[in-house]
Unconditional design. Structure first.
Length: 273
């Protein structure tokens, strides 16, 4: 018989094994190493006590991994083992998550869903989630700018992201914001484009995952110089960025001109109790 409870006392290894099964047929490759999976949990703020597991006997067959920050919940992953699909397990876990949210008096519940994942989108919509933002994701394989170090680009303390982030017109997504970066600050590097004492742009990257996590630029020149500097410094084979707000036309234009191509789109969805 299926039963549902939080994930207190469930090992990361057990959750990881269920994660790999649940996402084995996902539209995007989802096969992180155990170490990368653990870092993902830390960066996104995972809390076992507000997360939900579906158990068949002692076997964890489904999960909703939840995080909590500043009185908001975030669903950082929903999955059900392939052999246990079509039993409304995800729906029941989501109901349990919403109950926990209300018991805690949380202000909102946030999640992201691939635009093409119509089944998941329909479930979230049915439960009362509404689209808050549209995110675009990009990958750079063939840069249209010459990698070149710039004397205007300086290396900054990662803690500076807390100040730089306030200059952005559109706030970063949950998994890209300062909390996610500072939770694993040793994994990130921060750069700023300076004209005298004035900061005209900045970028935060994760060199290991070859990802651009945050970027803001007041001028196209500053943005292009930042990207050219990063490409020269690290010689990445590829560079990806996710969850660019679709309203951020200047950043999207910059990324496109540098050679980034759009890979997929996501909806940020919001549940207000």
């Amino acid at each position: 018989m299926m039963h549902y409870q939080n994930l207190n006392g469930v090992s990361v290894e057990t959750i990881y094994a269920t994660f790999l099964d649940a996402f084995s047929d996902y539209a995007l490759p989802m096969k992180p190493s155990l170490d990368a999976f653990q870092k993902m949990l830390v960066g996104k703020g995972f809390h076992a006590d507000i997360s939900v597991g579906a158990f068949c006997g002692t076997d964890l067959v489904g999960f909703i991994l939840n995080a909590e920050r500043e009185n908001n919940f975030y669903n950082l992953g929903t999955g059900v083992k392939v052999a246990f699909r079509a039993q409304k397990i995800a729906s029941k876990m989501l109901d349990a998550s919403i109950r926990t949210l209300k018991e805690r008096g949380a202000a909102a519940y946030v999640l992201e869903v691939l635009q093409e994942n119509r089944k998941a989108f329909a479930l979230y919509e049915q439960k009362g989630f509404q689209v808050a933002r549209r995110f675009l994701c990009f990958r750079l394989d063939a840069p249209q700018v010459q990698p070149q170090l710039s004397t205007h680009v300086t290396t900054e303390a990662v803690d500076q992201v807390a100040n730089f982030e306030t200059t952005l017109e559109f706030p970063p997504s949950w998994q890209n914001n300062q909390h996610a970066i500072l939770a694993l600050r040793g994994d990130f590097q921060c750069f700023a484009y300076r004209k005298g004492e004035e900061v005209l742009g900045y970028a935060v990257i994760n060199p290991t995952s070859q990802s651009l996590v945050q970027m803001g630029a007041q001028t196209k020149k500053a943005g292009a110089a930042l990207l050219a500097h990063i490409l020269a410094l690290f010689a990445f084979e590829t560079l990806s960025t996710i969850n660019v707000d679709a309203r951020n036309e200047s950043l999207i234009q910059l990324l496109t001109e540098v050679g980034f191509v759009r890979t997929f789109e996501q909806y940020e969805m919001l549940f207000n109790p």
